[in-house]
Design a protein around this ligand. Sequence first.
Ligand SMILES: O=P(O)(O)O[C@H]1O[C@H](CO)[C@@H](O)[C@H]1O
Ligand SMILES: O=c1cc[nH]c(=O)[nH]1
Length: 291
Amino acid sequence: MIRIPESELIINPDGSIFHLHIKPKELAERIILVGDPGRVDMVAGFFEQILHEGANREFVWKTGLFKGTAFTVVSTGIGTDNIDIVLNELDALVNIDFETRVPRQEHKTLKIVRIGTSGSLQKDLPTDSWLLSEKAIGFDGLLNFYEGRKEVCDADFESAFVASTGWLSSLTAPYVINADASLLQALNGDQVHKGVTISAPGFYGPQGRVVRLPIAMPDINEKITAFSWADRRVTNYEMECSAIYGLSALLGHQAATVCVIIANRLAGTYSKDYKQQVKLLVEYVLNNLNR
Ligand SMILES: O=P(O)(O)O[C@H]1O[C@H](CO)[C@@H](O)[C@H]1O
Ligand SMILES: O=c1cc[nH]c(=O)[nH]1
């Protein structure tokens, strides 16, 4: 077995992983990812006991018990570049022996649910509604750096999307990737809308927002809203889901994303109090993952 060198897998002197500052024994199998470090305490507020906690940069985390089941909540900050760090380090914590620096014989699967906020691209998906991402479209390009990307992505959907939007060849190739089917089932419910989520490598231009700078594809959002493929339409924008789904598929973990819609891009509306909805959604996810 190949020993992973110190430069490739950095372990801190206290035995924790480089960025997340988590030690292998401190991580639960059920993981909640939130973008905002300030949301970690809100999630952990549902735990009856905190077992471990730590923080480094934007990565704040707590492991605790929710109705007797261990969960770890980790903040990712914004963007898929951070997700590359978070997913690779979470996987290393369970699937690499930190003493020998060799991958473990037995693979451990994590259940990873991102709870976030998002902007709607469909009129009938109002602010404060909940959206479970059945598929993600990555505008970010992260998965294209990994071998095996083709095997886990939906090539037909990608081609249809590129053709229909007139995707510019100067942009990164979009990748389309599914959520884990068992987590989708666990999180399904009457109050949960389902859809296809774009993860963009920015909040402004890459999501078609024009503040002062004109954008390369001025009609991109109209085209996305009108696009449909095999009875599916694109529902919303956020900034992390695609990389979570892609890296989870390659690393052998289960992943899903559910977001509160805080802005409706077609109606031009913004939620009056989305924080209350995020809290309700957190409670819903914890209960549904605890079954
Ligand atoms: O509320 P979070 O989880 O951070 O999610 C969304 O909000 C941020 C942008 O404001 C991006 O991270 C986007 O994905
Ligand atoms: O429009 C939005 C709202 C939240 N998060 C995003 O990335 N986009």
